[in-house]
Design a protein around this ligand. Structure first.
Ligand SMILES: NC(=O)c1ccc[n+]([C@@H]2O[C@H](COP(=O)([O-])OP(=O)(O)OC[C@H]3O[C@@H](n4cnc5c(N)ncnc54)[C@H](OP(=O)(O)O)[C@@H]3O)[C@@H](O)[C@H]2O)c1
Length: 270
């Protein structure tokens, strides 16, 4: 498979489409001459060796695998006949049956990477339509392994949930870091020192997780058992509603993910 996949990314000029393009090239999965990227308004300067076009049907006709990475609200006006090819969508909320209907294929995949694809550290859950072949699944795994870690999941409902949990990528750690920084600056630390301190804690936490592969439950328990300053902070944060605030936020993301599609949460067997 290495280098031989002819991949087209609709919305390749965007944030996530560009990150996936960079990841598959860096992994050697796609040769630059086999990569087609479409843009809407302005042709980007980057990835000059790839074939850029503003004609999405021309993209589809040059490729075996078509990855859709436009915003959900732009998808309805997108005209693209995939003619039985493998279509992979990374769009939040758009369901498998809608992808198959609109793009004239029975081989569709709904995936939900995140912005960490740019650093090959995305978590990507995905689900495939029934007629998707084993060879298609191998390509999907290879694309999202190039972007980080992937899992084939059992239902579209799980994708809707994970859209909030992992699709947000760095947003929730950044939210915690933002609150920590604001507190540090209010305490009197300079913004520069506060930012270096907080960012280093985040990076260190991520590196330790990769090194040890422990569960967050074990990490929190270890700090609680230590009975030090961290335990005092964790207990106070929890009393103030930390866990409940996270659960309510994730529920809001789940509901929004469903609303972005057809406004229905039911599964469609295809
Ligand atoms: N960013 C993330 O972290 C993330 C995470 C999970 C899922 N997603 C999903 O990924 C998709 C893309 O998100 P994004 O953050 O990368 O958005 P983005 O940066 O706005 O990129 C979307 C790109 O699509 C282009 N586009 C729109 N209509 C087009 C058309 N008909 N033909 C060709 N290009 C077209 C836009 O071009 P113009 O700039 O010219 O309008 C833009 O460059 C969304 O559906 C989103 O739900 C994103």
């Amino acid at each position: 498979m290495e280098g031989s996949v002819r991949l087209g990314i609709v919305g390749g000029a965007g944030w996530l489409g560009g990150a996936i393009a960079g990841a598959v090239l860096a992994a050697g999965l796609v040769k630059v001459q086999n990569l087609t990227l479409s843009y809407r308004r302005t042709k980007p300067e980057r990835l000059a060796g790839a074939f850029w076009t503003d004609d999405n049907q021309a993209l589809a006709d040059r490729c075996d695998v078509i990855l859709l990475s436009v915003r959900p609200e732009d998808w309805s006006s997108l005209i693209l006949d995939a003619d039985g090819r493998l279509v992979i969508s990374v769009m939040a909320g758009i369901r498998l049956c809608e992808l198959c209907d609109k793009h004239a294929t029975s081989r569709a995949v709904r995936a939900l990477p995140n912005a960490a694809a740019e650093a090959a550290r995305s978590y990507t859950p995905w689900i495939a339509s029934r007629e998707t072949t084993d060879a298609d699944r191998a390509i999907v795994r290879a694309i999202f392994t190039a972007c980080g870690v992937e899992d084939e999941v059992g239902s579209e409902r799980e994708i809707d949930y994970l859209t909030g949990l992992t699709g947000s990528g760095p947003a929730f750690p950044a939210l915690l870091a933002n609150a920590m920084m604001r507190d540090a600056v209010a305490f009197g630390l300079s913004p520069q020192v506060a930012q270096r301190a907080v960012n280093t804690v985040l990076v260190g936490a991520g590196r330790l997780l990769e090194l040890r592969d422990t569960s967050p439950v074990e990490t929190v328990e270890a700090f609680l058992d230590y009975r030090g300053t961290t335990a005092a902070a964790i207990e106070t944060m929890r009393e103030a509603g930390f866990d409940e605030a996270v659960a309510r936020g994730l529920a809001a993301a789940f509901n929004k993910s469903i609303a972005m599609g057809q406004g229905q949460a039911q599964e469609t067997e295809i």
